[in-house]
Design a protein around this ligand. Structure first.
Ligand SMILES: Cc1cc2nc3c(=O)[nH]c(=O)nc-3n(C[C@H](O)[C@H](O)[C@H](O)COP(=O)(O)OP(=O)(O)OC[C@H]3O[C@@H](n4cnc5c(N)ncnc54)[C@H](O)[C@@H]3O)c2cc1C
Length: 446
């Protein structure tokens, strides 16, 4: 280990702050550049996303950078799912434990702030400065390794889009999200849907309009809070409604109206949510086109720099893969950099990303296609959803892809997914599927 190796990280979101802390602890002299001050990153911007770590792999990778600082506060352990037909009639429901892991939901602004704090405490240099391409060239010249983690913007254009790994050319969902309070974390929250109250997140869908996630998340100011996250299909009524949001209050109002009009059984419980007064940035709207970039880019004078986090792969958030991908990519990159003896050249950077892609990135993009209902996975969903409605273990098997997305790579055919369901449930698929009957009525809050 050479104590004098230098690394620079551009961007101090969850990716940049994790990599900077990890590299520092690995013996590098590290400078972290951020276009916003530490305080502004925490208090003046919305969270990049809900950033739930659904999986054991992502939580174990994150623990290589920093231990769990948030105790048992925000672990959920299952999902209550309700699906509705386009005409708003009930289709199916299931309420299942994950069985394989717990999901941890912590405001990514808090996660990043804690990492930056520890990074500074341990001797890292934090510089508030927007890095442009001229400055990047100078930084890369002074450092042995330079990572670009500027999220979906900033410097990412120096990384070419990798067409061979990119599937979509337009957004698959339009997003609206708001962080709110008003319901305690207890067994009564949504108890008409879930046997364990707040411990199960809710996933509610209308086949034509899209999906809505509701779940607990530890907020940076108030601790226990909730996130509502809506995914509208491109031509839907929901998308038109989402576009009207212009602050947290209007976002919450829009969700109240959607629940009233589409999922009336939940409307009374949703109406209990209140705004988080200390956080005017508790909402977000927009759309992302999922894509993958080449992991190595070159500065003006030809120095190689590496893409990390959203700057390398952008996922549609429906399967909750972006932040999990960050933690796995960052931990692997830090470990490889610590062990590497030679130059951090373009070949080394590409090799690390190819290994990450094979180990995790490719599976995470394919699992996201599954949850998006991509035509490639139509047979999978036709098997998984009705199976989950009649057998709890099939429901857990469906959510296992959030934690271990690469499993899907070996389950590419209709036969393979049916065998997977059989293995997970211990039942013959044809016997199991015969029991499925569409739901007639859903229970609501009395
Ligand atoms: C609605 C939504 C829900 C989500 N839910 C989940 C989920 O449940 N689970 C999950 O795993 N993932 C989820 N994600 C994805 C996850 O939030 C992101 O993948 C993750 O937060 C990305 O972190 P990042 O550090 O790469 O990018 P960012 O958080 O965008 O950080 C980039 C930083 O770089 C800074 N910067 C930009 N340009 C410059 C510059 N020129 N110089 C210096 N600094 C610069 C920015 O200010 C910013 O602070 C969700 C995403 C969305 C949108």
């Amino acid at each position: 280990m050479s104590a004098n190796r230098k690394a620079a990280v551009i961007g101090a979101g969850i990716a940049g702050s994790s990599a900077a802390l990890g590299l520092l602890d690995a013996g590098f002299e590290v400078t972290l550049y951020s276009d916003k001050s530490r305080k502004a990153l925490r208090d003046d911007v919305p969270a990049t996303g809900t950033a739930i770590y659904f999986g054991k792999p992502s939580q174990e990778a994150d623990a290589q950078i920093i231990e769990n600082l948030y105790g048992e506060e925000s672990f959920t352990d299952g999902f209550s799912v309700r699906g509705y037909n386009p005409d708003k009639t009930p289709l199916l429901s299931f309420d299942v434990d994950f069985r394989y892991f717990r999901a941890q939901a912590v405001d990514p602004r808090l996660r990043a702030d804690d990492r930056i704090g520890r990074f500074i405490e341990r001797g890292g240099t934090f510089i508030t400065e927007e890095v442009n391409s001229d400055k990047l060239d100078i930084i890369a010249g002074k450092n042995d390794l330079t990572l670009v983690a500027t999220g979906k913007g900033g410097l990412i254009d120096i990384f070419e889009i990798d067409k061979s790994r990119t599937v979509y050319s337009e957004p698959q969902r339009y997003l609206l999200t708001v962080n709110i309070a008003g319901l305690p974390y207890d067994s009564k929250a949504f108890d008409y849907r879930s046997k364990v109250g707040w411990k199960h997140n809710l996933f509610t869908s209308n086949e034509e309009q899209g999906e809505i996630f509701v779940g607990g998340i530890l907020h940076k100011d108030i601790g226990h809070s909730w996130s509502i996250l809506g995914f509208a299909t491109p031509k839907s009524d929901w998308r038109r409604r989402f576009e009207e949001a212009d602050d947290a209050a209007s976002a919450l109002r829009i969700f109240n109206e959607i629940f009233r009009d589409y999922f009336p059984e939940d409307a009374k419980e949703i109406a209990k949510f209140t705004l988080i007064e200390s956080d005017p940035h508790s909402w977000l709207k927009g759309a992302v086109t999922p894509h993958v970039r080449k992991a190595v880019g070159f500065t003006k004078s030809g120095k190689p720099v590496a893409a990390l986090g959203d700057s390398a792969i952008i996922f549609d958030p429906i399967a909750g893969q972006g932040a999990q991908n960050v933690s796995i990519q960052a931990a692997a990159l830090v470990k490889a950099a610590k062990e590497h003896k030679g130059a951090f050249d373009a070949e080394w950077i590409t090799r690390q990303f190819d290994a990450h892609w094979a180990n995790h990135g490719y599976g995470a993009t394919e699992a996201t296609r599954l949850y998006l209902g991509d035509a490639k996975y139509a047979d999978h969903l036709k098997a998984l959803f009705p199976a989950a409605a009649v057998n709890e273990r099939a429901g857990s098997a469906f959510f296992r892809f959030q934690s271990e997305p690469s499993l899907i790579l070996n389950l590419q055919t209709k036969e393979a997914i049916e065998r997977y369901i059989e293995n997970e449930t211990g039942e013959r698929f044809d016997e199991l599927i015969k029991r499925f009957k569409p739901a007639e009525k859903f229970k609501g809050r009395e």
